[in-house]
Design a protein around this ligand. Structure first.
Ligand code: HEC
Length: 276
């Protein structure tokens, strides 16, 4: 009978401390990487937080609809008469927004609709002080005009995407290889480690393929690959890392080699078994 695979639990105390600290540092590093991604991408669409449009903008290019349009179509403000809402939307989608802003021939005149429905909150000195949004006054044409433009987010240059992939993909794959190898030496069932590792590896490939191909016609769906693949990779590596640390310190989980004759704590000291 040959020896069973050594287990992390068979390693000496300091070795397990060192391993745990290193794996923890790796996980912390990925935490910071996540924070960096948020910081780096979140402002592309000028909406707070990291949105899908931020990521779409970075790799594919995106159009951010005018905030005025987004607000009105999104049902803001609540309780606005439907006729007024439709009148503003029609005005916003026309070619003559600036000219018609105070066009007395229009019924209702856009400036009046805005006065009636918006200025209680969107003014420098609003009447509805509790719900006001003084940072975005809508009192004059000059206030409104910047909120009517469609903004285009230009994607990163493909050369930059390639430069980023060539640095990130091999290192992230190496981290996965290391974590898979270590997790294979734990008490956790090998098939589980294998499944997590397969999902992680595929996630990684789909993520990076997405970063490169999502801008090509017919590959728009890869936006979900970037987000989903990246999330699966991050989650999987975290699970493997935590499983490794847990295995080092939870009771039990030794290889069982020591049960055999010539027990010693150091597996390199085992008597060799030569075929006769
Ligand atoms: C009862 C107060 C109130 C009224 C009335 C109101 N708003 Fe607002 N509006 C807000 C507040 C508060 C915010 C910021 C928080 C938010 O986004 O909900 C806001 C946000 C917005 C934004 C920014 C949305 C974004 O995507 O960032 C736009 C554009 C906007 N309002 C347009 C309008 C227009 C046009 C009207 C009138 C038709 C109107 N609002 C009426 C309170 C109001």
């Amino acid at each position: 009978m040959g020896q069973r695979t050594p287990r992390l639990k068979d390693f000496g105390f300091l070795l397990r401390v060192g391993l745990s600290v290193a794996v923890f540092a790796m996980l912390a590093g990925y935490g910071v990487a996540g924070y960096y991604l948020k910081q780096h991408y979140e402002n592309r669409d000028e909406q707070p937080g990291l949105t899908l449009t931020d990521i779409e903008g970075a790799y594919k290019g995106a159009e951010v609809p005018p905030p005025m349009m987004g607000a009105l179509e999104g049902g803001h403000p609540e309780g606005m008469p439907e006729a007024d809402r439709q009148a503003l939307i029609a005005w916003l989608t026309s070619e003559t927004t600036e000219r018609d802003y105070e066009n007395f021939d229009l019924d209702p005149m856009p400036a009046d609709v805005i006065f009636d429905n918006c200025l209680s909150c969107h003014a420098r000195s609003p009447s509805d002080t509790d719900n006001a949004y003084t940072d975005m006054p809508l009192e004059y044409w000059d206030d409104i005009a910047p909120l009517m433009v469609t903004k285009r987010i230009l994607p990163k240059d493909r050369k930059i995407v390639v430069a980023s992939i060539h640095a990130h993909l091999p290192t992230m794959a190496l981290v996965l290889i290391a974590m898979t190898g270590l997790a294979a030496l734990t008490r956790w069932p090998g098939f589980l480690t294998g499944l997590v590792s397969i999902a992680c590896g595929l996630g990684l490939i789909v993520d990076f393929a997405g970063q490169y191909y999502v801008r090509d016609a017919g590959f728009e769906w890869l936006l979900w690959g970037i987000v989903g693949g990246g999330t699966i990779y991050a989650a999987g590596v975290t699970v493997l890392g935590l499983a490794v640390i847990a295995d080092c310190w939870l009771p039990g989980g030794r290889s069982g080699n020591q049960a055999k004759a010539g027990y010693t704590d150091d597996i390199s000291q085992k008597p060799m078994q030569r075929p006769v």
